[in-house]
Design a protein around this ligand. Structure first.
Ligand code: PRP
Length: 169
């Protein structure tokens, strides 16, 4: 592990700020926080506890598979939310936006389910997303173009449990 990029204290402070912003922005209507597994599982858990308004939580699974150090580009929906999305504010929560392929595929799928609104919250954004055609409304941190692990992010399924975010190289 070469270096810690975002430590526990910085992450907690930023997640609180994101929670405050989400609380302020969603004044009324049902809110469904939709976490993208597996990478967002810790972020979603921390984030929803900082949102001070009623909400529901569900998950989607879309994986680009592989154990390579870069996205394969083959994004597939593996698990669909059980909850009805129609008429709800949908906040799609992602751990990291890299190429933007995952978010773009999910946006197209979810926007067809008649949500009241659809927005993206990403803990990390590399701002390299040539495939991203939709705005990321909430960004935790601008991330360096390095391979990041921890706080849900993995390398070949390892390191997800680390309480901080570190760079492998
Ligand atoms: C990773 C990461 C994001 C996505 C970002 O997921 O968690 O969901 O890739 O890459 P993109 O912007 O280039 O699409 P992965 O497919 O590795 O699955 P995981 O969340 O289960 O680790």
């Amino acid at each position: 592990m070469s270096r810690i990029v975002f430590d526990e204290t910085a992450i907690a402070a930023r997640v609180r700020e994101l929670g405050d912003a989400i609380t302020a922005d969603y004044a009324d209507g049902p809110l469904l926080v939709l976490g993208l597994l597996k990478g967002s599982f810790i972020f979603v858990s921390d984030l929803v506890r900082q949102v001070k308004r009623p909400l529901q939580v569900d998950f989607v699974v879309a994986s680009s598979y592989g154990t390579a150090m870069s996205s394969s580009g083959d994004v597939q929906m593996v698990y669909d939310p059980e909850t009805d999305l129609a008429g709800k504010h949908i906040l799609l929560v992602e751990d990291i936006v890299d190429s933007g392929r995952t978010i773009s595929v999910l946006w197209d799928v979810l926007s067809k389910r008649a949500p009241r609104s659809l927005a993206i919250c990403a803990l990390l954004h590399k701002h390299m997303a040539e495939h991203l055609h939709h705005p990321v409304r909430y960004v935790g941190f601008d991330a360096p173009n390095e391979f990041l692990v921890g706080y849900g992010l993995d390398h070949a399924e390892d390191f997800r449990h680390l309480p901080y975010i570190a760079s492998l190289k």
